[in-house]
Design a protein around this ligand. Structure first.
Ligand code: WTA
Length: 635
């Protein structure tokens, strides 16, 4: 029996049991058989969740791009590695073969080297979903630099914070980007960000939209001429297993974003193994994940997981609504996509449109459907299953996080019977636990609690860049000897897991994690604002939307509230990005607080969600009278 290819449900259980009985042997067998190592490991795993310190395949040497590109050259050199579908449906798609990808990554590696980037340096990549984004990411990995990809929808302030936090010396960007019928001035955003970043010596600029941008003498360089004169060969830097591969920022409930650090060997093994099984990957497949490479889903399941398996991975530059709401389905038909991996928020948005957008296209190539990023509601699950999968393509509802590096709980298609809204069972090697508020594990089935993981897996993030203490406090302090996910979950009568949502102050809006504190900090910068509190409330398409309660310094009818709302959202857009804008803003005279001065968000959440039948005990509040007033004026 090969552990690498799980074929039926009984086999899943056997493999799962083995992975728990002897995790080291289990992962060693997988690592040994499916990757190229320049030197074998001395030790499979050493770990201590108290320090916390986790090391996988210690002593081994490798380069992940050799595994993702070079080793496929002989057998699959002419196979498409990246299939690029541009924003404009009338522009031709680009098929980048493994040979071509090798060439492009080598050229980019040489350019980065010439620009003074060396092993261990941090490179910020702020690009739209164009091939250069994948190429730059891989080139960093090839030269041993640590990439920090920042989603190109983030504002200049958010970009500057990320550049400074990890001390990036170079930024790779483009003149602009296409987004449906609009263009966005990316270079302008970078210029603005760099007025706050002293450490950046160079920006490399891709010409994507042909706009007339300002190039700062000595700092800004067009990328293409440098690539044109670069060599086609670049020997990969040989890395240690635990050398950082990348930093990716994720929002915390408080403070600045956390730069999650992923290491090389364990991440590679886990991304590859999960991709193979959770997407039932076969050699002829055309796999499409609609995420952006700026998020972890794109890192693991557009770039590293698929390429490590020699797959064809689609990169789509555009949006689901352009030129119309049939775009996803048109792409599936055009490229005969076999696996589609997307987010509940996209499914809900498309489900609202005329069903003809779906029915106009031939979706018969689809074999597996995936969803990620937030709980999928029952209605959206059925719509996806009935109209896209035609009830024959299993849906893999994949639960995982930026911190976990790869999918943790998910059905395995054609093995695990699916159940709407359930992520079902842990992947081999993953040992979940539900915990109660006293720190005790809740055993048995039909229970719910806080979701933790008891044992390390290869792709767990190793630290937060520059702040190991915060890593420990956030993930390893709530429950002894456990990794705490921040999510709540329930386990049904057969042991299937359903993720119920965050139990901290992170709110997931359209699949994006947003911390309440940074948004509140932004709002509080408005000169008229005294204090604010943000909560999530249920939204048909976004899953959650943001509701802000704002206390003004001077209240009174004279203020133009609509204008203030616009200004507040403008400040949020500047500090974080448009994804963090508030749907509703209620001006209040006070916020419900505990006697120690903590805002009672639980009450505010219920009011925003119009679920006030059971507000719980408000008598312990410092100011119970404000609750009625807020309820009377709820939007
Ligand atoms: C949520 C995305 C329910 C969860 C890969 C988690 C989900 C957070 C699911 C991580 C799912 C992700 N069902 N909830 N299938 N997948 N989540 O870091 O709250 O962007 O903690 O990683 O998204 O979001 P992140």
């Amino acid at each position: 029996m090969s552990n690498y290819n799980i074929k039926h449900f009984e086999e899943y259980f056997q493999i799962y049991r083995k992975s728990v009985r002897d995790p080291e042997l289990f992962w060693e067998e997988i690592a040994e058989e499916h990757f190229i190592w320049r030197k074998r490991w001395d030790k499979v795993l050493s770990w201590d969740f108290n320090k916390p310190e986790i090391k996988w395949f210690e002593g081994s040497k490798l380069n992940i791009t050799e595994n993702c590109i070079d080793r496929h050259l002989r057998t699959k050199g002419d196979k498409t590695a990246i299939l690029f579908e541009p924003n404009d449906p009338n522009s031709p798609a680009e098929h980048i073969t493994y040979k071509k990808l090798h060439e492009r990554v080598c050229r980019m590696s040489n350019v980065l080297k010439e620009q003074g980037v060396s092993k261990g340096d941090r490179v910020c990549i702020y690009l739209p979903m164009i091939p250069e984004l994948a190429v730059a990411t891989l080139a960093c990995a090839r030269i041993g630099a640590i990439h920090s990809v920042v989603f190109a929808g983030f504002s200049s302030t958010a970009l500057a914070t990320r550049i400074n936090d990890s001390d990036c010396k170079i930024v790779i960007t483009s003149d602009g980007s296409y987004r449906g019928g609009k263009t966005i001035d990316l270079k302008g955003i970078v210029d603005e960000a760099l007025t706050h970043c002293n450490g950046v010596s160079t920006t490399l600029v891709v010409n994507r939209i042909g706009s007339d941008v300002e190039m700062k003498e000595g700092r800004d360089k067009w990328l293409q001429p440098l690539l044109d004169s670069a060599s086609l060969q670049f020997e990969p830097e040989i890395m240690d297993a635990e050398d950082p591969l990348f930093i990716l920022y994720t929002s915390g409930s408080t403070g600045k974003p956390k730069g999650m650090v992923h290491s090389t060997a364990g991440y590679m093994v886990y991304a590859a193994y999960t991709f193979k099984n959770i997407f039932n990957y076969k050699e002829q497949d055309v796999y499409w994940c609609t995420a952006d490479i700026g998020w972890i889903t794109g890192h693991s399941y557009i770039v590293y997981g698929p390429l490590a398996n020699g797959a064809t991975t689609v990169m789509f530059e555009g949006v689901p609504s352009y030129p119309d709401f049939g775009r996803f389905w048109q792409i599936v038909e055009k490229h005969k996509v076999t696996q589609l991996y997307t987010a509940p928020t996209a499914i809900r948005a498309l489900a609202k449109e005329n069903i003809e957008f779906v029915e106009n296209y031939d979706l018969s190539s689809l074999r597996v459907l995936g969803t990620v990023g937030e709980p999928i509601n029952e209605e959206a699950w059925h719509w996806y299953n009935d109209n896209v999968g035609k009830k024959k393509s299993p849906i893999v509802d994949t639960w995982w996080q930026t911190e976990t590096g790869g999918i943790m709980i998910s059905p395995i298609p054609f093995c695990t019977p699916t159940k709407p809204t359930y992520a079902t069972l842990p992947f081999p090697g993953i040992q979940p636990a539900l915990m109660d508020e006293n720190g005790e594990e809740i055993k048995g089935n039909q229970v719910d609690g806080r979701l933790c993981i008891k044992y390390p897996w290869p792709s767990i993030a190793r630290t937060i860049w520059g702040d190991h203490q915060r890593y420990k406090d956030t993930y390893f302090s709530a429950f002894k000897n456990m990794y705490f996910t921040g999510d709540g979950a329930l386990r049904d009568e057969v042991g299937y897991y359903r993720i119920t949502g965050r139990v901290d102050d992170v709110i997931i809006v359209s699949g994006h994690n947003l911390g309440t504190a940074p948004i509140e900090d932004a709002i509080n910068e408005h000169p008229a604002v005294a204090e604010s509190a943000i909560v999530g409330f249920p939204h048909d398409i976004k899953g959650n939307a943001l509701y802000g309660y704002v206390i003004l310094k001077e209240s009174g009818e004279s203020r133009d509230h609509d204008n203030l709302r616009k200004e507040i959202n403008q400040i949020i857009t500047e500090h974080i990005g448009p994804i963090a804008k508030l749907d509703k803003i209620q001006f209040v005279n006070g916020l419900p607080k505990t006697r120690s001065g903590k805002i009672m968000r639980r009450i505010l959440r219920k009011i925003a969600g119009k679920d006030t039948a059971n507000l719980g005990d408000t008598s312990t509040l410092l100011n119970p009278e404000v609750v009625q007033e807020i309820m009377d004026n709820v939007l």
